[in-house]
Write a protein that binds this ligand. Structure first.
Ligand code: SF4
Ligand code: SF4
Length: 186
C-alpha cells in the first residue's frame, strides 16, 4: 500500500495555521462544527465550508465572507470537532487577516460591532452593553433601530445604565497590550 501524499496546503492554509495556532489541515469535512453552530443558518458559508475554502486557498471568498463577522465566538464548533481544531480561533484569525488586508466587508456594520465590542471590553474589563450600543450606533449612523427595545431590557435588568467594571481589568488590558505588541511584530 502506498503512503498518501501529504497535503502541502495553500499559502492561506499555512498563514491561518500560524495565526490561529490550530491545524486546519486535519479537517476531514465531517460537518459537526456546522451542525452545532447557532449562527449557521444566517451564514453565507458554514464553518465546515470555511475550513474547506481555507484548504483550497480561496482567500477572497473566505476573507470577504459574512460568516467570519457573524461568528459569535461561542466555541460550540471547537468543542464538537473530533480533530480538536479550534474553529472559533480560526474565525478570529480570519477576521484579523481581513482587517490587515483591508478586505471590503459585505457587512461593514459587523466590523463596527467588533470595534465597539472590543473597545468596551478594553475600557471596562467586560462588556458595558449600553456604552457599546451607543458607540456602535454612532459609528454606523444607525441611531434609531431597536431603540424601542431598550426600556423593556432596562426593566428586565438585561441592560444597566452605568458600567460595572470587572475586577480583572488590569489583566484584560494586559491581554490587549500583548495582542497589539504581537501585531506590530514583522
Ligand atoms: S464560534 Fe462561531 S462558527 Fe463556531 S459555533 Fe460559534 S458562532 Fe458558529
Ligand atoms: S468538526 Fe472539525 S473535522 Fe469536522 S468539518 Fe468541522 S472542522 Fe472539519
Amino acid at each position: 500500500m502506498t503512503n498518501p501524499i501529504p497535503w502541502s496546503g495553500s499559502g492561506l492554509l499555512e498563514e491561518v495555521r500560524q495565526r490561529s495556532g490550530t491545524e486546519v489541515s486535519a479537517c476531514f469535512q465531517c460537518h459537526k462544527c456546522s451542525t452545532g453552530c447557532p449562527i449557521g443558518p444566517e451564514m453565507d458559508f458554514l464553518p465546515s465550508q470555511i475550513m474547506r475554502l481555507v484548504h483550497l486557498g480561496a482567500e477572497n471568498e473566505v476573507l470577504g465572507s459574512q460568516a467570519i463577522w457573524l461568528c459569535a465566538s461561542c466555541e460550540a464548533c471547537t468543542t464538537r470537532c473530533p480533530m480538536a481544531i479550534d474553529i472559533a480561533g480560526v474565525m478570529d484569525a480570519l477576521r484579523i487577516m481581513a482587517i490587515d488586508r483591508q478586505t471590503v466587508l459585505p457587512d461593514a456594520h459587523g466590523k463596527q460591532f467588533h470595534r465597539s465590542f472590543l473597545g468596551s471590553v478594553r475600557r471596562h474589563g467586560r462588556v458595558y452593553e449600553m456604552g457599546m450600543m451607543a458607540t456602535y450606533k454612532l459609528r454606523t449612523f444607525d441611531l434609531l433601530s431597536d431603540v424601542e427595545k431598550i426600556p423593556q431590557m432596562l426593566a428586565q435588568g438585561k441592560l444597566s445604565l452605568l458600567p460595572n467594571r470587572s475586577g480583572g481589568i488590569k489583566g484584560v488590558r494586559e491581554i490587549f497590550r500583548r495582542a497589539e505588541e504581537e501585531d506590530r511584530k514583522p
